[in-house]
Design a protein around this ligand. Sequence first.
Ligand code: URA
Length: 447
Amino acid sequence: MGQQERADVADWMQIIDIIAKKRDGGEISPAEFEFLIGRYVAGEIPDYQMAAFLMATYIRGMSKGEMANLTRAMALSGDILNLSPLVGCKVDKHSTGGVGDKVTLIVAPLVAAAGVPVAKMSGRGLGHSGGTIDKLEAIPGFFAELTEGQLKKNVAEVGLAIVGQTANLAPADKMIYALRDVTATVASTPLIASSIMCKKIATGADAIVLDVKCGSGAFMPDLPEAQALAQALVDIGEEVGIRTVAVISNMDQPLGKAVGNALEVKEAIMVLQNKGPADVTKLSLFLGGQMLFLAGHVDSPQGGEDVLKEILATGAAWRKFRDFVAAQGGDVAVLDTPTLLPQAPFKFSLRAHVGGYIAGLRADIIGQVSMDLGAGRQKKDDVIDPAVGIVLARKIGDPVEVGQLLAEIHANDEGSGKRAMRQVLQAFTLIPRPVSPPPLIYKQVHN
Ligand code: URA
């Protein structure tokens, strides 16, 4: 046997040993993670062996150290953005994904207006409505594909840039996620947490505030699961030296009233002008307060919230949003007159057949309807329609009388609009007794 052949056999054994170790509940070493991830990305470990490792992880879980080492190995599989030339603590914010979640559009200019630089890489959405970049691209002219140099220039000049993820950002994560999707291993806390955090390391954040969504429209439907994910994220942050706080927030009903890309931009503008829905405003201020605190800008998260309330009231955050959109090529006239945003040709009003109180408003159903209308992607290459979506007129706890508006559907054609009306009605539960609105923020997790 030649030297190369012997090396190949040694590698072959090594991957089998790693799989067996995880299967039997052993601790995978940093070198083993580097081997596993490096060789997988290089195409030297086949999908079936990685799938076996993922399933063993799904069943056995991972220690705090293992999660951090896997996260590091995945981050190092591609480009690492170097934000160190930018002055100040670069603080990022990430949401695990929810229906109607337009908070990044609000919190990024808020925090930047307070003087803390925000250099954010965001994904395009899969499922539900679009991701942050899809929402911003509903603004005519907005350009998210900045080079690293342009990103840094915009952050230095405007204080804020939001760009799409580069193709070579954590390629291991893209490959592993695609495999998890077809091997029933998506819902694994260590795999979700390492997937989220590797992209944050790769984008050069010094500190991160994570919004872990919990409820029917979220990855994590129950509080104990959301709590476990929040703790895993914070633990990884601690191990890799990124200051991290996780906030668990409610996703049993959509956030705010608008679901759909242009509709959510319009709602974000309302919030930035201090006349938006109370829940989006409250969550944005809460998360922003945490960001200012982690960046060392204030002495406490509450102090951060107080600063941001003031900034919102003076219109500074709104002006920062306009400057940021202009710097990335977006048409600011559209922001000033949101009726110029893409408009769906058909609008349908869904009205209550019975009176009572809204006791439930299933975020998962609203998210699915929004996607069926064309606001989200089923597959990675699907083209989204920026104009379509749903505007909710009532939320949990609100009273409603017969004939009053429950929601407005914005559709591209009559058929999809009428279908959406029937489905959105299923999302509402009405009861005769008054109902208290659910809590918006459950808890925060930090080490
Ligand atoms: N978001 C990610 O980035 N990765 C996951 O695995 C789940 C949610």
